[in-house]
Write a protein that binds this ligand. Structure first.
Ligand code: FES
Ligand code: FE2
Length: 424
């Protein structure tokens, strides 16, 4: 089987060429980005009929619209005449998109509604019903997040998210009013998308080393010691995350005032004041949990501990465009939202203290993986292999922090999507 040349059957090693090979990247466009549910945006970005946003699915430009009836749809941003991009704006409000090349006009539901010269030069013979914008085959929403899938036969979004949804609720469903997505910041990184996604889904190991400049210099053995109460969790299906779990008797103000969580009094007060609502909505177990980092297969990364959500937009085998958003409770006071945005930008924005360390490392890994010799030499992902645990309190499999349980799940999902292996 071809996949066994690239990813070990137990996920314990990968060949670095999968991080740099142009032919594999071309396959990923169809087998990964052509068949997976990809994050498109958030309902808060489309507040009224006519609202639209422009994004990407893989490298393909897509428009997401709310039409006159209020329904959310997604379409390839490609005119059916010569393929020009009919939408040139990132976001806005419009019920009509007029192509700038020859002037065909489309409605917010994708239908072709106007063709210059329809009578005089097309002899009224063009069947406009057949030449609307190509719809993205499936669009669905999970608690405010809008996803699209090019594959009409792909399993439902619910099935795709699986047990990951139970954890996503911790950030998406704290409050009745739901959430709001602010941003994005966008910047380029000279790295393969998988190097970045696997870091988001499972790499706690690097934190004490790569981010040493952000932490106290005397971490010493703490750098590689499992953190009590924190776990890596593999919900399956290629998704992964790390969580902090607080004892029942601990009060939210205690964990809100520790580590990089520490927040000013008005932010702590907000979370303390809304804690009971969270307990009511999600139960004590999830209300006593914070998500640290995570990724939804394939390229939806997150650092929820600083409210950062990111779409890792691939731009060839050796480059990505990072789209980094801040997710906030919609009904949080403006002062709380403002602090959260500033915190997420200062840590994981384009000049963020953490992001700067990470981007350099991801680019270095990608560069090495393209070496004629180095690309064939396996890389080790064995940390915690065979020591995965189950718990009746948490869906999925658990590893220590640190463990490479999630990176193995990520690359096994890659092998499954690319080569149909059942190893995942
Ligand atoms: S390419 Fe759009 S109208 Fe010709
Ligand atoms: Fe990092």
């Amino acid at each position: 089987m071809a996949h066994e040349e690239y990813v070990a059957a137990d996920g314990g090693w990968i060949r670095p060429e999968i991080l740099s090979d142009p032919a594999l990247y071309e396959m990923e466009k169809e087998r990964v980005f052509g068949r997976s549910w990809l994050l498109l945006g958030h309902v808060s970005q489309l507040p009224e009929p006519g609202s639209f946003l422009r994004t990407f699915m893989g490298e393909e430009s897509v428009i997401v619209t709310r039409d006159r009836s209020g329904a959310i749809g997604a379409f390839l941003n490609a005119c059916r005449h010569r393929g020009f991009q009919v939408c040139q704006e990132d976001r806005g409000t419009a019920h009509r998109f007029q192509c700038r090349y020859h002037g065909w006009v489309y409605g917010s539901d994708g239908t072709l509604i106007g063709v210059p010269g329809e009578e005089s030069i097309y002899y009224k013979e063009i069947d406009k019903r057949r030449w609307g914008l190509a719809p993205v085959a499936q669009v669905d929403i999970y608690k405010g997040l809008i996803f699209g899938n090019f594959d009409p036969d792909a399993p439902s979004l619910t099935e795709f998210l699986g047990d990951m949804a139970w954890y996503l609720d911790v950030m998406l469903d704290r409050r009745e009013g739901g959430t709001e997505l602010l941003g994005p910041h966008r910047w380029r990184i000279a790295a393969n998308w998988k190097v970045i996604a696997e870091n988001h889904c499972g790499d706690e190991y690097h934190i004490g080393f790569a981010h040493g400049s952000v932490f106290p210099p005397d971490l010493g053995p703490m750098r590689a010691t499992p953190i009590p109460g924190a776990r890596e969790i593999r919900p399956g299906l290629g998704h992964g995350l790390g969580v902090n779990i607080y004892p029942d008797e601990m009060k939210p103000e205690e964990w809100l005032n520790s580590g990089i969580n520490s927040a000013p009094p008005h932010v702590v007060d907000y979370y303390v004041a809304t804690h009971d609502e969270m307990v009511q909505r999600l139960g004590r177990q999830r209300a006593h949990m914070t998500l640290i980092h995570g990724a939804v297969w394939p390229n939806f990364g997150m650092v929820p501990i600083v409210n950062s959500l990111r779409i890792i937009q691939p731009r060839g085998p050796h480059e990505v465009e990072m789209w980094s958003y801040c997710l906030v409770d919609r009904d949080a006071p403006p002062g709380v939202k403002a602090w959260l945005v500033a915190q997420s930008a200062a840590s994981f924005g384009p000049a963020g203290a953490f992001e700067q360390d990470d981007a350099g490392n991801w680019a270095a890994v990608t560069k090495t993986s393209a070496g004629n010799m180095a690309r064939k030499i396996p890389l080790n992902l064995q940390m915690g292999l065979g020591h995965e645990e189950r718990s009746d309190r948490f869906p999925g499999e658990l590893g220590l922090t640190a463990s490479e349980i999630n990176q193995r799940g990520f690359y096994l999902r890659w092998a499954q999507d690319m080569f149909g292996s059942n190893a995942a």
